[in-house]
Each structure stands twice: as structure tokens, then as C-alpha cells.
Write a protein that binds this ligand. Structure first.
Ligand SMILES: Nc1nc2c(ncn2[C@@H]2O[C@H](COP(=O)(O)OP(=O)(O)O)[C@@H](O)[C@H]2O)c(=O)[nH]1
Ligand SMILES: [Mg+2]
Length: 218
């Protein structure tokens, strides 16, 4: 019974996800599903991305949290459009929620849509939102063993942002171990070492975004 219900939920999600993906492709909108544990620095990364790229790319953000409008407010302060989804307890976003939230945005001339998923390295990886790229964030404070412990999120990602490199040495984070484990799961994975606090290393992430938008328009 439980398996049947889960299959139904996933099948319904897949219908919305494929409609979303079709729309994003047809309209050249680079939709990114950003996944990580709570507090790894997703919103800070997006604030810095907004500052660096808002004159080059039209970016909008859909924020997912259990409660509050905090993150959407942070993004709006940078000048970007943001819509908040409050899941009221659910541990991930669904493709249907993205369809509904997207309608609240002014999508004309949009280049990039970032979905900041609910902070959690487990559930979000099973739910396709119709994104064109998946980005996973791991912060050094979480420990260098998390790629191997939570493989689903890392195996399906296009990009891994290793954030909080400014404090790596204070939390005994071994970058070579984290990268080795991640690459074992996913040979294609692009890995950028960054600090959203100091912006060190973020140029490579910004260039990846610019390049990916160009490729989509080809
Ligand atoms: N030291 C350090 N702190 C960071 C960095 N990025 C984010 N933070 C801090 O980590 C905390 C959580 O960041 P936030 O962006 O809200 O994470 P989110 O929950 O993944 O969206 C905040 O106190 C940030 O100031 C970083 O690169 N270095
Ligand atoms: Mg956040």
C-alpha cells in the first residue's frame, strides 16, 4: 500500500516536472535546483551571485523553507525577484509547487531561475522539479565525509560548490577527501571551492552560470 502511494506521488511529480522542463527549455531559462543541508550558505551564495551578475543576467529565485519569508526577503534586498514557498513541515519541494510559484514571477526576459530547495541532503534528491541543472552545496563545517554518507544528492548533481573554504582549516576539513568521495559517485561533477563570505573562488561559479546560459541559447 505504502509503495503504491509513493509511486503515485512520484508519478504525479514527474508529470509536473516534465512540463516545467519543457517550458524552461523552450524559453531558454536556466533553471537550477540548489540542494544542501540547512546553513551551508545557499542564500549567501545567491546574494553574492546577485551582486556580481545582476547587470549581466536576469535572475529570479524561488525559496523553499518550512516556515518564514526570511530568505525571499534577503534575495529581494539584492534587487532580484523572489517568491517564497513555505512547505509547513515538508522536507522537500515538489514540481507542482514550482509551477505555481513560477506563475508569480515576471518571467519575461528571464535568464536564470534558481530554486533554493529545503535544507536537507536526503529527500530533495528524489524529487525532480523540472530543473535543467542541479547544484549541490557542501560547507566545510559539515565535515568532509558527507558526500559518501549522502550519495544521492552528489551523484545526481552537475556542480558541487564547496563553501566556507575560509574556515576549512579550523574545522579540519580535508578537501582532497571530500573531492575524492564526490568524484567516485559522479565523474562528470564540476567542483568549485568557494567562500561566499569573502567571495574567494566565486568567479568560476559565475563563469559557469554565464557559460551555461550561452549554451542553452545555442
Ligand atoms: N565563514 C563563512 N560563513 C558563511 C559562508 N557562507 C555563509 N556563511 C554563514 O553561514 C550561515 C548560513 O548561511 P545561509 O546563506 O543562510 O545558509 P542556507 O541555510 O544554506 O541558505 C550564515 O550565518 C552565513 O553568514 C562562508 O563562505 N564562510
Ligand atoms: Mg537559505
Amino acid at each position: 500500500m505504502r509503495i503504491k502511494i509513493e509511486q503515485k506521488i512520484l508519478a504525479k511529480n514527474e508529470d509536473f516536472a516534465s512540463a516545467n522542463r519543457k517550458y524552461f527549455k523552450r524559453n531558454n531559462i536556466l533553471c537550477i535546483n540548489m540542494i544542501s543541508s540547512p546553513g551551508s550558505g545557499k542564500t549567501t551564495i545567491l546574494e553574492q551571485t546577485a551582486k556580481a551578475l545582476k547587470n549581466k543576467l536576469n535572475i529570479a529565485v524561488i525559496e523553499g523553507d518550512l516556515y518564514t519569508e526570511y530568505d525571499a526577503d534577503r534575495i529581494r534586498k539584492t534587487g532580484l525577484q523572489a517568491v517564497q514557498i513555505e512547505t509547513k513541515g515538508a522536507c522537500h519541494l515538489s514540481a507542482e509547487q514550482i509551477t505555481k510559484a513560477f506563475h508569480k514571477l515576471d518571467a519575461e526576459k528571464l535568464d536564470v531561475l534558481v530554486i533554493e530547495n529545503v535544507g536537507n541532503l536526503v529527500c530533495p534528491s528524489d524529487f525532480d522539479l523540472g530543473e535543467l541543472r542541479r547544484v549541490v552545496v557542501l560547507s566545510t563545517a559539515e565535515g568532509d565525509d558527507k558526500c559518501a554518507k549522502y550519495p544521492g544528492s552528489f551523484a545526481q548533481a552537475d556542480v558541487l560548490l564547496i563553501n566556507k573554504m575560509d574556515i576549512a582549516k579550523h574545522v579540519d576539513f580535508k578537501i582532497s577527501k571530500a573531492k575524492r568521495d564526490a568524484r567516485k559517485l559522479n565523474k562528470q561533477l564540476k567542483i568549485f571551492e568557494i567562500s561566499a563570505k569573502t567571495t574567494a573562488g566565486m568567479d568560476k561559479w559565475f563563469n559557469w552560470l554565464l557559460k551555461s546560459c550561452k549554451e542553452l541559447r545555442k
